[in-house]
Design a binder for this molecule. Structure first.
Ligand code: ZN
Length: 96
């Protein structure tokens, strides 16, 4: 697992955390916290190479959108959909 990703506003640290939960208490594979400017990846998800990779790309895309000011422009459902679709495409292209 990478320890750092890069965005328009600079480095984004990546931290692996056991039993990662979203702010609503739901277990999740990963999360980007814009206030901390940190990507967290669930430890169990990080152990699975493909899941860890797609989760990292997904969360990185959240950071990219936030850096671009997009979080206030697109609704959260569209935001999630975009990050899921593009992260899957990035991983597929890397492995094709
Ligand atoms: Zn997401």
């Amino acid at each position: 697992m990478k320890r750092k990703m890069w965005g328009a506003h600079g480095p984004v640290p990546v931290k692996v955390k056991k039993n990662l939960k979203a702010p609503d208490g739901e277990k999740c594979h990963g999360i980007y916290l814009p206030d901390e400017r940190v990507i967290y990846i669930d430890a169990d998800s990080a152990k699975d190479p493909r899941l860890g990779e797609v989760t990292l790309e997904h969360e990185w895309l959240h950071s990219v959108i936030c850096d671009a000011g997009g979080q206030d422009i697109i609704d959260s459902e569209l935001h999630e959909w975009f990050c899921s679709v593009v992260s899957a495409a990035l991983v597929a292209r890397r492995h094709s």
